[in-house]
Design a protein. Structure first.
Length: 123
């Protein structure tokens, strides 16, 4: 099911609450509008927004933890390659085998698309 393309203001729930308060103060009865349903909508909106915020925080935390762990794993990987290259610097067979672990050079068109990637770094 495709979500509606309508733009919803960030704090629409505050606007809905203010509208419901105004309708209540005026004592209006609206034909074709169920104020109880709007009140339920407000409660659901706030509960779902809070659940989404909680999930967003969990995702951000998990992403940060993953990136830290990945960086540590990559550092150990690079250290291993450096040690192997140094230990076998006079062994062409091992050096040739270790070449497969070099970073591939990026093509110029790819570099333009991702300027943050360091194309000069090779293990």
């Amino acid at each position: 099911m495709k979500a509606a393309n309508r733009s919803v203001p960030k704090r629409f729930d505050d606007q809905l609450e203010a509208l419901l308060t105004y309708i209540g103060q005026k004592g209006w009865t609206l034909i074709g509008i169920d104020v109880k349903e709007l009140t339920t909508d407000l409660a659901n909106q706030r509960a779902e927004r809070q659940a989404k915020l909680d999930l967003d925080r969990q995702l951000a935390s998990a992403s940060e933890a993953f990136l830290r762990s990945q960086a540590a794993r990559y550092a150990r990987y690079m250290q291993t390659l450096e040690v192997l290259r140094a230990a076998h610097r006079n062994d062409p067979e091992v050096q040739k085998a270790l070449e497969q672990f070099k970073r591939e050079a990026k093509k110029p068109s790819t570099l333009a698309a991702d300027p943050t990637e360091d194309e000069t770094a090779t293990p």
